[in-house]
Design a binder for this molecule. Sequence first.
Ligand SMILES: *Cc1c(COP(=O)(O)O)cnc(C)c1O
Length: 381
Amino acid sequence: MMNVPLLDLKLQYATIKDECLKVTEEIYSSQYFILGPHVEALELEIAGYCGTDYAVGVSSGTDALLLSLMAAGIGAGDRVITSPYTFFATAGAIARVGAVPVFADIDPDTYNLSPESVNRIVEGLPTAEKQRIKAIMPVHLYGQCADMDEIADIAVSNGWLIIEDAAQAIGAEYKGKRAGSLGDFGCFSFFPSKNLGGFGDGGIVTTGSKRLFDMLVILRVHGGHPKYYHQYIGGNFRLDALQAAIVSIKLKHLDAWTAARQANAARYRQMIKDAGLSGYIRAPLEKHDRHIYNQFVIEVSEKRDVLKDYLLKNGIGCEIYYPVPLHLQACFSYLGGKAGDFPNAEHAAGHTLAIPVYPELTASQQAYVVEQIKAFRDDNH
Ligand SMILES: *Cc1c(COP(=O)(O)O)cnc(C)c1O
């Protein structure tokens, strides 16, 4: 049996260990732990990388979303449109500022928010309700951008802000523009398992607006401006110097790691075809360049859960992102969501499976993964 973890960060660490230890020692010696020069340097680097004017380092991807909503002035009674098929934090952040998440269905091919569904949902709302919508929060799921032209058209014509949940999509591109530069705010996570991860929690918000940048910076430190004089109520959303320094080191390698993920994705695609598995599993659809493959997610036509257990038993890491669409989560029952509301999201939750695609994954490991899927399919038909 071969061991193929879903992600193996130890291999990556071995290639950057010396640099990481050096900067860690520097920070320990300086005893300058929060914000400061390492965070400012990273903010410039990320703004450059994403093609935006500004970036603000924050404590996590979740806090990037929360802080953006706060900087946008979104609060009690406001509505924000988003996808029901995403990590919980997307809608969680909306609810935490007192606003109401309004879900629309996803595109069954990309699993990203469907502009047609957004239009349908909004048209079905009474005028008073429609006027309470302040923003739309598309998610660039698995590392591929949502249909941003169509989403921007809807947002602009209705006067909504666009908050990109780009936590899985650093470096992803849509028509030549990078994730984080396609809306008013771009929210990124440096959670260790993201393509650009720190040695703990961290995140960053990008924006092209000086006004929104100023608000983000003020609200990041409790809203005091000048310090101890509060026109606003913010929070502690600060990024650690240590995380910023580590992320800066990794950023230099990100394009090479992304290229390796893309090569692995292409190889899987070929292997799935060659193994005659195309009728049983569907490889992810690349609708927009550049897909950065934070995850390589297959759609399994039947027995997804049994396949998952079989792969795990045979040493292959795999995971369901995500098993319960957000409109069916217990904590959102007050929104009145029910099974059947968003058929594409519900279908995805029941049929998708992420398999290993990390940069250091070898061709023989991939061959083993595809072999095992084939063995399972052959035994179950
Ligand atoms: C990871 C993730 C987040 C949250 O990021 P954290 O840094 O873990 O708080 C938000 N949205 C999506 C889509 C994510 O994948």
